[in-house]
Ligand binder design. Sequence first.
Ligand SMILES: Nc1ncnc2c1ncn2[C@@H]1O[C@H](COP(=O)(O)OP(=O)(O)OP(=O)(O)O)[C@@H](O)[C@H]1O
Length: 360
Amino acid sequence: MTGLAIQDLYASHGRTQVLSGVDLTVEQGSLACVLGPSGCGKSTLLRVVAGFHQAARGRVTLAGRLLDDGRSRLPAERRRIGYVPQDGALFPHLTVAANIGFGLPRAKRPARVAELLDLVGLAGFGDRHPHQLSGGQQQRVALARALAPAPELLLLDEPFAALDAALRSDVRAEVAATLRRAGATAILVTHDQDEALSFADTIAVMRDGRIAQTGSPQTLYSEPADARTARFLGEANLLDAELDGAAAVTALGRLPLTDGAPATGRHLVMLRPRQLRLSSVPAADAVRARVLSCLFRGHDYRVELAPDPALGAGLPERLVAYTDGAPSETEVYVQVHGAAHPVGDALGAASAGTPSTVDA
Ligand SMILES: Nc1ncnc2c1ncn2[C@@H]1O[C@H](COP(=O)(O)OP(=O)(O)OP(=O)(O)O)[C@@H](O)[C@H]1O
């Protein structure tokens, strides 16, 4: 069932148009993520949905109720939407229990506060003040406070950005689990692709005030619509290919195509670093490459490779592979596993370069 529906939404700050035709649907009970680079309009989108900023035109509805269509607007306090800002914004002089119960009807307060403390795993912390909590615990209190009035939709504006890296992934997992337990419908905005990929059922990639692509984390990672989205979601090897009706003919060999991909023409295709397997012995369908660098990252190695120049044009200067073991030789043979995914028109050698993580 549709929870939030945004259609052709436009919004501006003064004369600057920030949202330019945003379409987004969030199913009831699902966790969505709006992922985009800084300044693309993510916070403005959340603020329009929350009722803190007015739409210029378009239509925003929640469970069929009109929130804003550029003419009529439901006041923020009547939208039944919870908002968790980046810093949590707890009242420092109030206890955890008072923060969570703030604004709730007095009679319901004790029972609801106890229920929420339990839900966020902070039972027994009700009498503390925010400064007596860790950053992650403070974020969980902020979440409990936003969930307390049982909102129909919860908006989370980069809520983990202030936490250090080690804490961030734990708190993120706890918050996602809490939201699922509560059956909440939520939208998280972030510029962090790992956060988006691990948190959401659906990711909407936002660019220049528009949604560039929407899909499951798996689909967006393995079948991005274009090269910018491919790079924004993680490192990508991009190479020229001639699609011959059934496969992609590339300098790394003849590769199967992802389902639904175009079948003919010259295209740029993407291979994720995990799709490159390295061996010290030649194989029929492997190509030669030189190891430029090898970085141990705990869970794997990141290996940069220079493909043999004899392989010709259409290959990037460097390929990146993620491997379980470190290559034992500086000369290796690269084999591709899995399907190549077309991400746009072939650009010849100009498309080549170092794979990049964030380039949107
Ligand atoms: N109050 C404001 N007045 C004028 N311009 C604004 C205002 N708020 C935001 N903007 C501009 O609108 C654009 C989008 O800003 P917004 O905060 O929505 O982006 P964002 O994707 O959330 O960025 P970030 O990830 O850095 O928070 C930016 O160019 C920004 O400078």
